[in-house]
Ligand binder design. Structure first.
Ligand code: BTN
Length: 246
């Protein structure tokens, strides 16, 4: 076994999606933990079937392939906590005097604008997680975005003196993620996540089943569902069941 969890680093000039390519590489390399970075990603995949935009050679499009030794499927969200915290920590180091938050389940915001998105694709064996493909898109050096992405920002926009290459950013995030995986303190990880959770304990507008509604975020359940106190009482929502209005 490698000393470093993510010692194997593959670098490609162009891919459709790093998550899709990582899945293909993993088929040929069963059980290997690795990182796949592409300088250019043409068909980045986002949450809920959306696409993900990143600018060639400027932004981060990376996938970490990880075979956990012992994570029960019921605790799949634990890995999401660690990944969000690692990206949040990195972003916080890069911008000062800005509010950096985690928007449930796994967006990273700077002053309410999205700087990073995470897409984790898991496969399961019995009751255990087998393979996790952790895709991270982080806007690093882009200074303009397609007009429809009204709420996108980058580290360069938020901090003009920011100066890092995608590869350096990936090493920093990978190092932090590896540390968090080794420590495996999910109580601490949950506390960090909640501490930076967007709208936590605040009255927030949502869209649920097409209706605008209000509620207070009370927490996140171990299966990852969002706990919201609404007029109907405390309710749990899956990712596709609730949309933030902000
Ligand atoms: C989101 O919708 O917020 C999640 C975006 C995830 C994008 C990253 S970029 C690297 C990896 N490869 C993909 O195709 N998607 C993820």
């Amino acid at each position: 076994m490698n000393d470093k969890l993510f010692e194997n680093f593959f670098e490609l000039d162009e891919v459709d999606s790093t998550n899709a390519e990582a899945k293909r590489i993993a088929l040929e390399n069963k059980g290997l933990n690795f990182v796949l970075w592409a300088k250019s990603q043409k068909k980045g995949r986002g949450q809920a079937g959306n696409s993900w935009y990143s600018s060639d050679n400027k932004d981060v499009a990376v996938s970490f392939v990880y075979y956990p030794e012992n994570i029960n499927v019921l605790n799949q969200f634990d890995l999401n906590l660690l990944v969000c915290n690692a990206v949040h920590f990195y972003v916080s180091q890069c911008v000062k005097d800005k509010i950096v938050q985690i928007k449930w389940p796994n967006d990273i915001l700077i002053d309410n604008k999205k700087v990073a998105g995470i897409l984790i694709e898991n496969s399961v064996k019995g009751t255990k997680m087998e393979q996790c493909i952790i895709g991270i898109g982080l806007n690093l050096n882009s200074e303009v975005f397609p007009t429809e992405l009204v709420r996108a920002t980058s580290l360069k926009i938020e901090n003009p003196s920011f100066n890092s290459t995608p590869k350096q950013a990936i090493f920093s995030i990978g190092e932090c993620l590896e540390k968090l995986i080794r420590i495996a303190d999910f109580t601490e990880a949950k506390a960090y996540y909640l501490n930076y959770l967007f709208a936590f304990q605040k009255l927030q507008q949502f869209k649920v089943k097409g209706q605008i509604t209000e509620g207070i975020i009370k927490g996140v359940e171990s299966n990852g569902q969002l706990l919201v106190l609404t007029q109907q009482g405390q309710q749990s929502f899956g990712f596709k069941e609730i949309e933030f209005i902000y």
